[in-house]
Design a protein around this ligand. Sequence first.
Ligand SMILES: N[C@@H](CCC(=O)N[C@@H](CS)C(=O)NCC(=O)O)C(=O)O
Length: 223
Amino acid sequence: MAEAEELKLFRTWSSRYALRAVLALKIKGVDYQTVFEDLKNKSASLLQYNPIHKKVPVLLHNGQPICESLVILEYIDGVWKQPPLLPEHPYDRAMARFWAKFGDEKVMPSLRSVFLSQGEVQEEAVGSWMENLKLLEELLEGKKFFGGERIGYLDIALGWMANLISIYEEIIEMKLVDAEKFPLLSAWMRNLSDDPVIRECWPPRHKMVEKYVAVREAQLSST
Ligand SMILES: N[C@@H](CCC(=O)N[C@@H](CS)C(=O)NCC(=O)O)C(=O)O
């Protein structure tokens, strides 16, 4: 980054959304400053830069704030060109965006429902989780990463899965992605997690387990 440039990422240590910006900047080899937020006591800067949603992540580039993790991901790809994250062809780009949205709107809520429930409610939630996994498995046909041979936009958009699923599995003592049923997806999660650049960015596992044990307990005791 040129000396005069200012690049700051407002995030929390555990945010799966912020992880997208962290991964993209790491892959591009861009230096930046991290500002850790306490979401129970949001800073005046966070509220100033993201007055509509008041959420992390926010990327601040030369005084200009960019909000919403998928928008940030596109911005990073637009400013720092190498290596490119979005595919080249407009149709492939559209599809990558479509599936990233599917990840946030369908996959994430279905995993959340499995993780934060038990008994019959959980059995039902597993049904929609499996349906979503089938679609992602099909999408990986003939590919190592969603982006092809190397990590791209959709791999980063769905990167939270590769990080969070094994943590959830440990907590609820249930296999969430069965390698026999979903061999491509299982291999994808392994390939992503084993990538040396990506591995460095994962939040500390023991802290994640501790956090999500507490989240699950709080949810189950309130229902
Ligand atoms: N759609 C947003 C979601 C961001 C989000 O939910 N961030 C959480 C942390 S993981 C947050 O800041 N929550 C604070 C709040 O809801 O008040 C994105 O993709 O950036």
